[in-house]
Ligand binder design. Structure first.
Ligand code: BTN
Length: 328
């Protein structure tokens, strides 16, 4: 769409772009450029127009609509974006959109969820606009047993994107297997759900909740949860973050698909792991035990070492992992 293409051009330059340049680059008339610029202004984009210089984007409306995200996306991994100002849960939406025939690479995004789902049947409180609630629908041709590693690559993509947007801070890590933490507090949770038929995968939905610009948390969770705003003192451009996460997710997914395991991503994953070489508490069927985390293996299991030197594999989904003194 021409309007999206104009937005992409404006987003990717800090300088003025003349109407002539835009019209040549996109092969449309200058009148068409002018019309689309006006429609962007009506959508809430603050675009400066100066005679003999052209147009410059000063600010974007803080919305996660398809065209805003598309204007930042530098990957063809995402085929379609379905945006909802309000929905029950983007995971639920993604599953029904899949059943309606939406393709692999559909990104479902909402400003607010009324029935956001967390892991272990918990609710994911999803007030409007400050955070990011999104679910990526994929239809991978992989073995069912390998699907849990998709959560790990999503965590890598989120961590990588946050590090890129906040390069001065070096405190964003993965808490195996489902969380991303900043400064030791949870900033993001991932809920991956799979639909199978007989022994093949119909679809996988990777649900991602990122506390982006959340200003305050309830007392009960403020010790373990934070947001990018609270941690780094500045509002993040949510659309840019979404686009970057999808770009890295696409790249890691491609690598993962070659072997259907973590073998080619192992070192990078372990370098992002918050628990590495630390003592952790493993909670398994109401039993708790301590061990040192050594990193993940090719299959995405966490390898730990107990005090007598025995090494064990922890499989995600069966256990919960905590730090000894706090969340990590
Ligand atoms: C967790 O318990 O840590 C996982 C939370 C996952 C929340 C996200 S928000 C977008 C997507 N839709 C949902 O209903 N849940 C996930």
């Amino acid at each position: 769409m021409i309007r999206d293409d104009i937005l992409t051009l404006l987003n990717n330059t800090e300088d003025f772009l003349s109407g002539q340049e835009i019209s040549e680059k996109l092969g449309v008339s200058r009148t068409a450029v002018w019309k689309h610029i006006n429609s962007l202004k009506n959508m809430g984009y603050d675009i400066e127009s100066v005679n003999n210089k052209g147009y410059r984007l000063l600010s974007s409306p803080d919305l996660l609509t398809a065209d805003v995200i598309m204007s930042y996306l530098k990957t063809d991994f995402i085929k379609e974006i379905c945006y909802y100002p309000k929905t029950d849960s983007t995971n639920i939406r993604a599953k029904s959109l899949s059943a309606e025939g939406k393709p692999s690479g559909t990104l479902v995004i909402a400003e607010e969820q009324t029935a956001g789902k967390g892991r272990r049947g918990r609710a994911w409180i999803s007030p409007p606009k400050e955070a990011i609630y999104m679910s990526l629908l994929i239809k991978p041709d992989i073995d069912v047993v390998n699907a849990s590693m998709l959560t790990l690559i999503a965590a890598m993509a989120i961590t990588k994107a946050i590090k890129e947007l906040f390069p001065k801070n070096n405190d964003c890590f993965i808490k195996w297997p489902n969380d991303v933490v900043v400064g030791g507090k949870k900033i993001c949770g991932i809920l991956t759900e799979m639909t199978t038929e007989a022994d093949y995968i119909k679809d996988v939905v990777i649900g991602i909740g990122i506390n982006a610009n959340t200003k305050k948390f309830d007392k009960e969770i403020s010790d373990i949860a934070t947001s990018l705003y609270l941690a780094y003192g500045t509002n993040v451009n949510r659309a840019e973050l979404v686009a970057l996460v999808m770009e890295y997710l696409g790249r890691y997914y491609e690598v993962y698909l070659k072997t259907q395991d973590m073998s080619n991503l192992l070192d990078e994953y372990n370098s992002m792991l918050v628990n590495i070489d630390r003592e952790i508490m493993i909670i398994e069927n109401e039993k708790e035990w301590h061990a040192k985390a050594l990193g993940i293996n090719d299959r995405g299991a966490l390898i730990v070492e107990t005090s007598d030197g025995t090494k064990k594999e922890i499989i995600s989904g069966e256990v919960s992992v905590r730090g000894i003194y706090g969340y990590v």
